[in-house]
Write a protein that binds this ligand. Structure first.
Ligand code: NDP
Ligand code: 2IT
Length: 453
């Protein structure tokens, strides 16, 4: 790495020790930026990189709530307002016991460039809490969400910062969060996205991340004179992104053979068809069960318990043509990448945020695998959030068809942009470089235009 880029990496490691995920996200970004920085003296002069790694604002707060036994529980809440060069802060809220400042900052950093790639006026942010929704009653979820929003509401607003869902935040949580925001502020505005279409939400927002991921994968295969038709696919996770990835893959004629949760994965060699997917949606979204139950209903499928001891994730060792990691960060290690390439995987498209380690990406790319990085591949979700904001501002609701057409247009445009930038900056076919460079240049130029703020 050149001196300027390596000094930024050292700075972030020195000044934010212990933030491993944030270091990783910055490192992956700098590997791409390093290739072009010599041609960008104005970006160096205006210290854009130094400013990008420092959130504009970070709010950390206490969330007291009372459980069903009447006992006070305490969690920690976060909102990282990373960058507002292109628009109001925008990004999801994650509820998961692993949430800490490092995870919030990596997600907010990625979000900044992802939002830039959508072509919409969206800055980058992320928030959440180390609250674990698993095993909690509806009443506990509601009381937690109300307490979380009581503090968060001071920092957000339809023109300031617009949260949405992420891991552990779906339609139920968004409802409770919105209800409390409305009550505190006495206003019905589009301050959260992913709302129910009954009360201000956009059609296709729940589907958008998974559908968009598959649209982008289809565009990549199209460039290689290929299609998803008949392809065997591995999908990880079994939440929002995974479910709608499977749905769109079925639409495209592909065969999905895996799903997972943090306890393990299922392998169904016959493929997950529409009926089985409907069962998974019911199991995960309504019964809030575990994916292991799939094998009790569909006896020919096998279940594989997640084990860190073996050093790889069984899910990525099944033979397939395409892989869609849709669970969480760092779920494809270097060994998983080797297992995928050993089975001659053709395409990996990231539905989750930063699901592949830096070495994993390098191994896949060196083997000639078509690789779509998260900040481009999963941008469909936030893109439709942007469309929900537009609908809220105009007090209108678009049809599902209109939203889906716009989603397809945006994913096609993202694919075009990242391919063009990769080629223009000497990395033809390297969509990680294409996404990082295209996302970065737009944010950087906006920051320079707006002065030292
Ligand atoms: P959900 O909460 O709906 O589902 C998450 C899924 O991932 C569950 O199956 C969960 O299993 C699994 N998972 C979560 N944490 C871990 C972990 N530490 N180890 C193994 N598995 C885990 O979340 P989403 O589907 O919304 O989000 C999935 C990914 O997609 C995340 O990386 C998120 O940031 C990203 N994303 C989401 C968008 C959205 O619109 N929702 C948009 C863009 C990206 P378990 O039940 O066991 O926890
Ligand atoms: O990671 C993401 O892009 C999201 N969780 C969705 C963000 C949004 O504002 O819709």
């Amino acid at each position: 790495m050149r001196e300027i880029t390596s000094s930024i990496l050292q700075k972030v490691r020195r000044e934010d020790p212990g933030q491993a995920e944030f270091h990783q996200a910055v490192h992956e970004f700098l590997i791409s930026v390093d290739k072009i920085i010599d041609d960008l003296p104005h970006i160096v002069y205006h210290k854009v990189l130094e400013r990008l790694i420092e959130p504009e604002r970070t709010v950390i707060f206490r969330i007291p709530w009372v459980d069903d036994d009447g006992i006070l529980q305490l969690n920690r809440g976060y909102r990282v307002q990373m960058n507002s060069a292109l628009g109001p802060y925008k990004g999801g809220l994650r509820l998961h016991p692993s949430v800490d400042l490092s995870i919030m900052k990596f997600l907010a950093f990625e979000q900044t460039f992802k939002n830039s790639l959508t072509g919409l006026q969206l800055g980058g942010g992320k928030g959440g809490s180390n609250f674990d929704p698993k095993g909690k009653s509806d009443g506990e979820i509601m009381r937690f969400c109300q307490s979380f929003m009581t503090e968060l509401s001071r920092h957000i607003g339809a023109d300031t910062d617009i949260p949405a869902g992420d891991i552990g935040v779906g339609s139920r949580e968004t409802g409770y969060l919105f209800g409390q925001y409305k009550r505190l502020r006495n206003e019905f505005t589009g301050t959260l996205t992913g709302k129910s279409p009954l009360w201000g939400g956009s059609y296709i927002r729940p589907e958008a991340t998974g559908y968009g991921l598959v649209y982008l994968a289809a565009a990549m295969l199209h460039d290689a004179d290929d299609t998803l038709e008949g392809k065997t696919c591995l999908v990880s996770g079994s939440g929002n992104v995974a479910q709608y990835t499977v749905e769109k893959l079925i639409d495209m004629g592909a065969k999905v053979v895996t799903l997972s949760d943090s306890s393990g994965c299922i392998h169904d060699p016959d493929g997950i068809d529409r009926e089985k997917l409907a069962y998974v949606k019911q199991l995960k979204n309504v019964s809030r069960g575990r994916i292991a139950a799939y094998t009790q209903k569909y006896r020919h499928a096998t279940y594989h318990v997640a084990s860190t001891a073996q050093g790889f994730n069984t899910l990525w060792s099944f033979p397939a043509d395409c892989a869609f990691p849709c669970a969480t960060q760092n779920e494809i290690s270097d060994q998983d990448a080797r297992n995928l390439t050993a089975n001659k995987i053709k395409l990996v498209a990231e539905g989750a945020n930063m699901p592949t380690t830096i070495d994993g990406i390098r191994i896949l790319q060196e083997s000639g695998v078509l690789f779509a990085p998260a900040k481009a591949a999963n941008a469909g979700g936030v893109a439709v959030s942007g469309l929900e904001m537009a609908q809220n501002s105009s007090r209108l609701q678009w049809t599902a068809e209109k939203v889906d057409q716009n989603l397809q247009r945006i994913m096609k445009q993202i694919h075009g942009t990242i391919s063009t930038y990769a080629e223009r900056y000497g990395s033809k076919g390297n969509l990680v470089d294409g996404a990082n460079i295209a996302g970065f240049l737009k944010v950087a130029n906006a920051m320079i235009d707006q002065g030292y703020v």
